[in-house]
Write a protein that binds this ligand. Sequence first.
Ligand code: UTP
Length: 826
Amino acid sequence: MASGEDGSCSQLSSDIQPGDRGSFRCLLCGINVPNRPSLSDHLCGRRHTRMCEEREKRQQQQERSVFVSGFPKGTTEEQLKDVFQPISSIRNIVMDKDRGLYAIVEFESSDGVNAALEVQDIKLEGQRLRVKPREKKEFKKKRTGSRNLQPPDPEALSKELMHCKDVEEQMKSVVTLCSPSHHESHLRELLLSLLRESFTEFFPGCQLHPFGSSVNGFEISGCDLDLYLELSESEELKLESVKDVSLKEDIDDMQNEDVKGEKLLCLEMKEVQKDDMDTEENNSDDDENIVPGLSLKGLSNEEILNLVERVLRQCVPGVHGVQTVPSARRPVIRFQHKVSGLRGDITLNNRLALRNSLFLRFCSDLDPRVSQLVYTVRYWARVNELAGNPLGGGPLLNNYALTLLIIFFLQSRSPLIIPSLRQLKEMAGEEATLVIDGWDCTFPSDPTQIQPSKNEKSLGCLLSEFFTFYSTMDLHSSIFCLRDGGIITLPFTSPPPSWAEGFRLSPFNVQDPFELGHNVCSNVSTKTARRFISQCIIAARTCCSPVYRLRSLSRPWGIIPLLLPNTSEGSKKEGIEISIPLTGTSLEVLILAVKRVLIEVLLCSCVEEGSENTEGGIGKIERSGDEGEQAMSHMEALNIGDDKPELKAEELNEIEVKSIKESCGRKRESVEENQNENKRRKIEDTNDNAIVIKEMTIPEQNVPKKGQKAKKIKQLAKENTTLMRINVWHQVWEGRRRQRRSKFGEITKKIELETAVSHALSSETVDSKPCKPLMQITVKTELTKEGNAQLHLTPEVDDYHCSTNFLHFLKVFLPQMVHEILNSHS
Ligand code: UTP
């Protein structure tokens, strides 16, 4: 440790700065400590030690290395190594990846530096290299990278939405939480001004227009800055070279802000620009300067694009990662702004994009529900990986296409919420007529001209309708056409419309509202199109379930399950384990008690069960002779299937049906799509004509014939492991205390009381008639060496994200109730 760094010595190292009231600041690590003992701890701690070591390492590296420039573009590390290795042994070479204009050559020892500096004429491919000693830079704590500009992740968003009062408020909150902060918006403006200033230096009279989410009303934190640079052919490049551009003062002017945070932001920008200006690469004088006095006249689009790229690369401080994508439908130059992390795209000749962005803005201004719907659907599409190709291109929907789908849906409401473009054109009047590249882009300029929609449906209802609307679509044979607000069915009737020739049909077809020959989904793959439909089906079901409407403080509700990644498709959730001592009974009897709790008391249903090492099926619980007999009598005692004791094992599931029917008569159970051809379906009418459908997964060969029944019973319980698959239909784990209190005194038997509590809770949602279980869990039971029943409960399907709460509840409730059942019959 350096002298004076232990914090106890009176003399402090230059890294430590005394602060107010006995505090200190470690400049090296960038942290404050309140007093001297804390300082001692910090100086001896891992973080400070690591920083000291890192600084030491960097200093040594600097002393061992030289700054090299002047080599041809595209030079490799290997080529440089060949040049410098004969001078002194090389440890490492770091190339400037962005521009390929300079390199740091590190030798094994500082002697190498002296040797390299002494050599007069170091050449590579005939070009003389410039070799300079490294600049002594103060070692600073690394910037933690660019600002973290992005909307909240699903978990953080869910946390916020839990506290809303209803779905409406949740959807409005999504807009607020995902929109850029005031600081971010200001940063975007600053960057835009900086780019405008820079381009005007070179292309006087040019205009830089933002389009896309920056102007369409659906901006989210961290979204790209889409820019369209409008140049006129006659423009001439300004006569100065790149080096003469000084934007620093312009930025300084922009900093006349008195808001503290904004000032900070400006300072950061300034700092980065300064950094850029001061870096070693900028000290080298071999940047390829833009030829002065060059006119754009006669240049091809590609050449103009390259020129714009070079201006962006060389003249805009703080910008890096500049890359042209000439193959895109509209060739684009991508870039990133270092300090903010903001990404941007610059296109040329893109008036149509500007116009369609204004159209989206117009729609969003027409009715406040539009943007609330768009933000929620965009978030849903993002977490389900349906939209938002991060690097452009790709097989997913782009956000523009997704937004058009929402607009189309709103055009198809009755009464409509957004008129079709044909109707809007009629409302616009002659003077608003606008044609771009031959396409009619007319719509009224003022949304307040349009009569407000008579459709007053709530946001929650519209969201649900959106998913239902698309879940029934045949994407392959439809073109969604916003101009007419209708669907064109494929194949085209003859003669096809004039725009059809250029229209690229794909698995998903959405016609651009203005450029009619453009399918905005032409990039979408069959897989994405299929997934879009299946996710709409899942989302539509969620919107029909009680979790959508019923607010809860303990499980995701409302739109939250839609905005969390789907667990049934991806990662499975963690399960829990519950250990229940057998206390004198057999494992089979205990399992039956568990089933009674789940099915009778908690209104779940059993989809299938079996021993773990055989395929599922009701004839698969196996027991040996005596144990079997014993278990049978227990089953009678447990009230499970008491009218036909000899059929118990085989007809367990039928008994369950009965038990479900009796205990939750109004409930409709439907088990989802099942491919197993050997399945049997038993349909029974219930009291109120709802239907109980019980799927019994019985492979034909496993269905016991009459003579096999006794044999089957004898075989029961040979296995020590059983598996049940349980569907959970009602949110019975929440609000029990309240219901218990209201029933207290009325019912004295605990099992009956708890069953009544579940019924009361389920009847709170009875009108919703769940068509899909809230979740599916497997319950695997095994006998431990210690003689306990070990239950492993694992969520298999958890689309509504409530399994954690349910399993948490079961951890206490299940053993208590099992004991209750066993004790009441012992
Ligand atoms: P995006 O799909 O990026 O939409 O298209 P966005 O609203 O800006 O969303 P972010 O940036 O992903 O958050 C950007 C713009 O590009 C034009 C539209 O003007 C759109 O607003 N565009 C995109 C088209 O004109 N046609 C297309 O097929 C795609």
